[in-house]
Design a protein around this ligand. Structure first.
Ligand code: SF4
Ligand code: SF4
Length: 443
């Protein structure tokens, strides 16, 4: 694609990077076929190519974002299916991140939206505050249908997604010793923010699986949210501050083999720290080092001598590939290989490249599109008639669980259970086949 940025514009490293990305696009439109928003509505402006044109026009002309640009960029899920499809290697993720930061700087959103976005940015990344907010949301949960009926769709979406059950206290910084006499490795675990509050069983399963294999697990003092929640809102400053805090925390640890992450949305962001902080001379080197150590839990476990301890034969798992895992990190085979190795029957979800509609805070900010994507996803999964749905990202788990009665678990919960750990709580509570599959309720 031809561009016409001036030399003065190109002196800005973000503009220079975006120009490189724009030039790589040859307008072929292959990406439109796999873009969830285009698949739903067929509107070119809600396709990757359409958004690329809008962003190019905005950046090249140094225009403040218009309502039209904001509408179509906001509808983008950042699922990155377009990057997997693109034959020209267009790095859409960095382009849309730049566009979002530009929108945040130049566009004044309506008051209610500013309040909602501000509240999400100040609550979600901080586990203690998030926990209190969810306690309050639980009281309002029965009123979700009323909120929907009177047009408060975002409030209704938030209430629907909040859990009924009591919430966990976030894990404190600490060290989990390797269970074997000889330590075989040492990793830092990103406890995460939403992950740790909504589904503590995920990190618990990861810690059990890792320590059982002889790996020491460290939850570093000072590590917190990866920054992705605010990054996707264009709040660059806050995202970089959160990234720097994590880099400081992990750089202070010695002898790390990896930084293990159980939420693939966070993993995609941590792996991008090197790029995000490339112009910060105080952090660039350490950011690159941290990014190079980041591993999804399944990526890390597949390299370990992992063996089944319990018989999982016959348990049919519908594996939902989170976008951030399959498109963001290009991790597609590792989770399925682990599950197969441990005796599960794994079924791929048709149209698995399409997002479930979760996408960070997307299911709150764009509840209609998110609901349509969830219905589509749940329909394809349920037709597989699985016993359980597994995914590698808390966002997808929450989104899918809100639309189905099937148990939804994190892949590492199944791995932990099959290698001698506990049965995932969602499976314990759900036993339609328990007479046929006694092992499901064991442990
Ligand atoms: S597939 Fe790639 S090159 Fe083709 S229009 Fe989409 S982004 Fe551009
Ligand atoms: S990131 Fe996803 S929603 Fe956004 S343009 Fe690409 S394919 Fe479409």
């Amino acid at each position: 694609m031809q561009t016409s940025f001036t030399l003065a514009q190109l002196a800005d490293p973000d503009v220079a990077e975006s120009e490189k990305i724009l030039r790589a696009c040859v307008h072929c439109g292959f990406c439109t076929a796999t873009c969830p928003t285009y698949v739903l509505d067929g509107n070119e402006l809600d396709s990757p190519r359409g958004r690329i044109y809008l962003i190019k026009d905005m950046l090249e002309n140094e225009r403040p974002a218009t309502a039209e640009v904001v509408l179509h960029v906001d509808r983008c899920l950042s699922c990155l299916a377009c990057m997997t499809t693109c034959p020209s290697g267009v790095h859409y993720m960095h382009l849309v991140d730049h566009a979002r930061a530009h929108i945040e700087r130049t566009y004044r959103r309506p008051l209610t939206e500013r309040i909602l976005r501000g509240a999400l940015a100040k609550l979600l990344p901080y586990p203690q505050r998030f926990r209190l907010a969810l306690d309050a949301a639980r009281l309002g949960k029965p009123f979700a249908p009323l909120a929907q009926a009177i047009g408060f769709k975002r409030l209704a979406a938030m209430l629907r997604l909040s859990p009924w059950s009591g919430l966990h206290r976030p894990l404190a910084p600490q060290i989990f010793k390797a269970a074997r006499p000889r330590r075989k490795g040492r990793v830092a675990l990103l406890a995460g923010c939403v992950n740790d509050v909504l589904a503590p069983q995920i990190n618990a399963a990861a810690i059990r699986a890792l320590t059982r294999l002889g790996i020491e697990v460290v939850l570093a003092e000072g590590a917190g949210c990866c920054g992705s929640l605010v990054h996707h809102m264009g709040r660059e400053h806050e995202a970089l501050a959160q990234a720097r805090a994590n880099i400081d925390a992990w750089s202070a640890l010695e002898g790390l083999d990896a930084i293990v992450i159980t939420s693939s949305g966070c993993g995609t962001t941590v792996k991008d720290y090197g790029f995000m902080l490339r112009t910060d001379s105080a952090y660039a080197d350490r950011a690159r080092k941290v990014a190079s150590l980041a591993r999804d839990i399944t990526e890390y476990l597949l390299a370990m001598p992992i063996e089944a301890d319990q018989n999982a034969d016959g348990l049919v798992v519908a594996y939902h590939a989170a976008c951030s895992l399959q498109h963001g990190q290009r991790i597609t085979r590792q989770p399925k290989e682990l599950l197969l190795k441990l005796g599960f029957t794994v079924r791929d979800v048709p149209d698995g490249h399409l997002c479930c509609g979760s996408a960070g805070t997307y299911n709150i900010m764009q509840p209609d599109i998110a609901r349509r994507l969830r219905e589509r996803k749940v329909g394809t999964i349920e037709r597989l008639r699985p016993d359980v749905i597994a995914a590698g990202n808390i966002g997808c788990m929450t989104q899918i669980a809100a639309g189905t009665r099937l148990p939804v678990v994190h892949t590492v919960e199944l791995i932990d259970w099959a290698t001698g750990g506990l049965c995932p709580p969602a499976l314990r509570e759900y036993r339609p086949h328990s007479a046929m599959r006694p092992s499901v309720t064991a442990g």
